[in-house]
Design a protein around this ligand. Structure first.
Ligand SMILES: [Zn+2]
Length: 232
C-alpha cells in the first residue's frame, strides 16, 4: 500500500511509508505544496548502492533547501515512500518540472565511462558486482550501464500502475517519435514540460544519464505487452 491523499492505495510491491520509517520529506526542505495534478513520473538512479535511509539523508543535506523525491526503491525492491504525492512534491528535476512530477530514485550505481572502464570497474561497489552490465551507445558516447535488479524493475512497474490509476493525467507512455522510435535524448524544453507520461531524468536534463535507456524500454514493453517475463 502507498499513501495518496491520506488514503491507502494498492501497490503490488513491498512498501515502507514515512509512518514506518520516519523518513519524511516536507516543505520547505526538499519539497513544495502540490498545486497542480501530477502528469509526469520521472525515473532516476541514485548513483550508488546505499540504502533508502542514506539516500534520504543525502538528498536532504544538499543545498540550502535540500533535495527531495517522492519514492525510493531499494536494492531489494522495497519501495520507500517519503511524502504524499497528492499533497506535496519533491525537488528532484528542477523548478520547471517538479510541481507537475512524481519522482522515484532507484538504488543503482548507474554507469562507468568507457575510457576509464578498466580503472572504473575496480571502483564498482562490491555488492553491485552481480549487476548485469550492458554496453550502449547513448548520446553519441559508448556507455557501460549497470542494469537494475529484477525486483527493482518489478517495483517500478507496480508503482507506475498505482500512480497512473490514481493520477490519470500521467499517461502510460514513454517518449517516442511518430515512427515509434525511442527518443533517448533530452527533449526540447517545452516538449519536456508538457509531456504527460513516464520519463527518465535524461529526457529533462542534458547533464543526466539516469536511469539509462534500458529501463525506459522495459517500461514501454510492460505497458504494451504486459508483464514481460518478470514473474510476480
Ligand atoms: Zn536523476
Amino acid at each position: 500500500m502507498i499513501i495518496i491523499n491520506d488514503r491507502a492505495v494498492d501497490c503490488n510491491a513491498p512498501v515502507i511509508t514515512w509512518h514506518e520509517s520516519g523518513l519524511q520529506i516536507r516543505p520547505p526542505r526538499g519539497a513544495g505544496c502540490r498545486r497542480e495534478e501530477p502528469r509526469k513520473f520521472v525515473l532516476h538512479w541514485t548513483g550508488g548502492e546505499n540504502p533508502a535511509s542514506t539516500v534520504f539523508r543525502t538528498l536532504q543535506s544538499r543545498g540550502r533547501l535540500g533535495l527531495g523525491v517522492d519514492f525510493c526503491i531499494d536494492r531489494d525492491g522495497t519501495i520507500y515512500q517519503f511524502l504524499d504525492p497528492a499533497i506535496h512534491y519533491g525537488y528532484h528535476v528542477g523548478w520547471r518540472h517538479n510541481p507537475s512530477s512524481i519522482g522515484v530514485e532507484i538504488a543503482n550505481y548507474g554507469f562507468r565511462w568507457p575510457v576509464w572502464l578498466k580503472w572504473n570497474l575496480r571502483k564498482v561497489p562490491e555488492r553491485a558486482r552481480d549487476r548485469e552490465i550492458y554496453k550502449v551507445r547513448f548520446r553519441r558516447v559508448r556507455h557501460y550501464i549497470a542494469n537494475f535488479y529484477d525486483v527493482q524493475i518489478r517495483a517500478v512497474f507496480a508503482l507506475m500502475d498505482s500512480l497512473t490509476r490514481a493520477f490519470p493525467e500521467i499517461e502510460r507512455k514513454v517518449p517516442k517519435d511518430a515512427k515509434h522510435a525511442y527518443k533517448h535524448y533530452t527533449l526540447p524544453r517545452k516538449e519536456a514540460v508538457n509531456f504527460c507520461g513516464i520519463l527518465g531524468h535524461y529526457h529533462i536534463s542534458k547533464r543526466k544519464t539516469d536511469p539509462g535507456p534500458f529501463l525506459i524500454e522495459e517500461v514501454d514493453r510492460y505497458i504494451n505487452e504486459g508483464k514481460n517475463g518478470y514473474v510476480y
